[in-house]
Design a protein around this ligand. Structure first.
Ligand code: OXD
Ligand code: MN
Length: 618
């Protein structure tokens, strides 16, 4: 499709302005077809920028490797450029929107010379659903085009819904590497200087569009596939605040008990803490079943019946590869056997991918690392300090429809009713295996104090240290985090005032990552987490399986059966209140976390912190 065939005048004008600024050699409007997908991949493979994997082993699969500067989300280069600084809050980088636009326009000038500009109309959520939103991404990266094909719904059908004047979020992206005449691409064209990358969000622009996303210099998924973190979380969280719904960094799973009863659970865990594994879990508990609705993002609205309904706005999974194995996530391993894009994994001699903790040693004599070096094949799949075959944040991109445990209702435009929320983090100490909140407000309190050890999903922060990541939304909330807590409280209060308090999801906090004094994990995790899900399921039915404590409702002894290899004492340790640990936790929350929100911190939350402190000291 050609630019002059676009029927939406505002969209056409926006693309024309981008063409004038970025001066590409040609423009293509993406139609979302399989032929387009294949052509985009071929463009890159023919140019030596990607490798087709062995079709006998991984049919339809490709291997790409990025520049070392471009392996993860760039949090220090991610901006919420609201008109007023206080609207971005203390947890976001803020810059004046006019200044930022002036700087970025300078960078965008001529940035697509020698390249094709692709215009990608996409829908987050099933095309035409009431909950879905449309975005249009302009990019100069074929890699972005085919990944967007997997992660969103792309193409002409979206333009049809958009009509002549429908609402869309404009998303500008460039890898920032114009090509001179005859110049050839390097392996992963991008702006290698991290300080020149920008992932900018304008949540209250005064120009032609109220919401805008401008990304420059990075080709990495979270920075470049703008439907995901930028639109479906940062901008959508602002829309959700304004329109009375929730846009959350949550997986959605369908849990069926041995009697065939179903409950839907939405869970927020920070990046690279196992959301994909949990969404696809294979229960060890006999008779229980988990099916997947989504693994990263949930959009939720209250239905007329007072229940909260969730959709997965995405169409694919952009999962962390290392650690994924038949043991940790057999369903993911089965899903990625075909038609999958691998980025920054290792490449075996026989044309297959490999990563640390994949469950088997690397075959062959040598293996190619994500940096393109040939090294001896490791004899085990264990991660070795100082050696990376796969980058720790290497990824697979796979269509959700290819997942064997995808729930049949995963694309239902009205969504699924949520019975429980689960928050969690990666914590070696203090935080119990599972804990239910005493009320909605207490649940919001739990979400607001979430802490987690940092993983490799972001550049520029030190892996391993604990940081507060409220609701797992720290890098993704598009406005002041104090207002975000207030939004959650407001929605709960509204439901209660309307007589629907009992239909609100129950709220739980989990921690699969406790370690003993020798540094060994105390809980086996993965399929054994079904024991915790089963306990939560019964809590939603108000079964008598808990004890009230100052921090919340903990499992009654015997209400969770210890898995093989976990002693009764260990389970008791995992489900008790660590009074000294919590005292330290409270002090840290008061001094370093809540203190940053000033007047914007809802009083109800501070009051709960005081109550907890008093009870622990009693
Ligand atoms: C992701 C992330 O890619 O959270 O999902 O970083
Ligand atoms: Mn995520």
């Amino acid at each position: 499709m050609k630019l002059n065939e676009l029927k939406h005048a505002k969209l056409k004008g926006w693309v024309e302005d981008a063409v004038a600024l970025m001066t590409p050699d040609s423009v293509e409007i993406c139609d979302g077809s399989k032929a387009e997908y294949d052509r985009m991949i071929k463009t890159m493979v023919d140019a030596g920028l990607g490798v087709a994997l062995n079709p006998d082993k991984r049919p339809g699969c490709y291997w790409f490797c990025s520049d070392p500067s471009d392996v993860a989300r760039a949090e220090s280069r991610t901006f919420i450029a609201s008109r007023k600084k206080e609207d971005a809050g203390p947890t976001n980088n803020w810059t004046d929107p006019d200044e930022l636009k002036a700087t970025m326009k300078g960078q965008y000038k001529g940035c697509m010379k020698g390249r094709t500009m692709y215009v990608i109309p996409f829908s987050m959520g099933p095309v035409g659903s009431d909950i879905a939103k449309i975005g249009v991404e302009i990019t100069d990266s074929p890699y972005v085009v085919f990944n967007m094909h997997i992660m969103t719904r792309v193409g002409v059908k979206v333009l049809d819904v958009l009509g002549k004047d429908g609402f869309f979020v404009p998303c500008l992206h460039s890898i920032a590497k114009p090509l001179g005449p005859g110049e050839k691409d390097t392996v992963w064209p991008c702006e290698p200087d991290v300080s020149k990358k920008f992932i900018s969000h304008f949540p209250d622009s005064t120009g032609d569009f109220k919401y805008e996303i401008w990304s420059y210099g990075s080709g990495y998924g979270g920075n470049a596939l703008l439907g995901k973190k930028c639109l479906a979380l940062r901008i959508a969280s602002v829309l959700a605040r304004d329109e009375g719904w929730l846009a959350e960094h949550m997986l959605i799973l369908k849990l069926t008990n041995p009697q065939g009863n179903v409950k839907y659970v939405a869970g927020a865990l920070p990046s690279a803490c196992g959301k994909t594994n949990l969404a696809m879990l294979i229960p060890t508990l006999p008779g229980w079943k988990v099916e997947t609705i989504g693994d990263d993002i949930a959009w939720m609205k209250f239905g007329k019946d007072g229940h909260l309904y969730a959709i997965n706005p995405e169409a694919g999974f952009f999962g962390v590869a290392p650690g994924t194995s038949d043991h940790s996530n057999k369903s993911a391993m089965d899903s990625i056997k075909k038609n999958t894009i691998f980025t920054n994994t290792g490449l075996t001699e026989d044309g297959d991918i490999w990563w640390e903790q994949i469950g088997y040693p690397a075959p062959g004599k040598t293996i190619t690392t994500w940096k393109g070096e040939k090294v001896p094949s490791p004899k085990t799949d264990k991660a070795v300090a100082g050696q990376e075959i796969a980058h720790p944040n290497s990824r697979f991109t796979v269509p959700a429809s290819q997942c064997h445990v995808i729930a049949k209702e995963w694309e239902d435009p009205k969504g699924v009713p949520i019975s429980a929320f689960l928050f969690g983090g990666r914590r070696a100490t203090t935080i119990p295996l599972v804990n239910q909140s005493k009320s909605w407000v207490h649940g919001v309190f739990m979400g607001s104090i979430t802490g987690s050890e940092i993983t490799a999903a972001a550049l520029d922060i030190k892996a391993g240290t604990v940081r507060r990541d409220p609701f797992a939304m720290l890098p993704f909330c598009g406005y002041h985090m104090g207002d975000y807590f207030a939004h959650w409280l407001k929605l709960g209060k509204k439901a209660q005032d309307e007589g629907n308090g009992d239909k609100l999801p129950k709220i739980f906090f989990v921690n699969w990552f406790r370690k003993d004094k020798d540094g060994k994990f105390m809980w086996p995790g993965y399929g054994e987490n079904s024991r915790v899900l089963a306990w939560m399921f019964d809590r939603c039915d108000n079964k008598d399986n808990c004890l009230e404590t100052p921090i919340g409702f903990l499992p009654k002894p015997g209400s969770i059966e210890a898995p093989a290899g976990t002693s009764a004492e260990t389970l008791a340790e995992l489900t008790k209140v660590d009074i000294d640990g919590w005292k330290k936790e409270i002090a840290d929350i008061k001094d370093k976390h809540y203190s940053q929100f000033g007047d914007k911190l809802p009083k109800e939350l501070y009051d709960l912190l005081d109550v907890l402190e008093k009870e622990l000291h009693a």
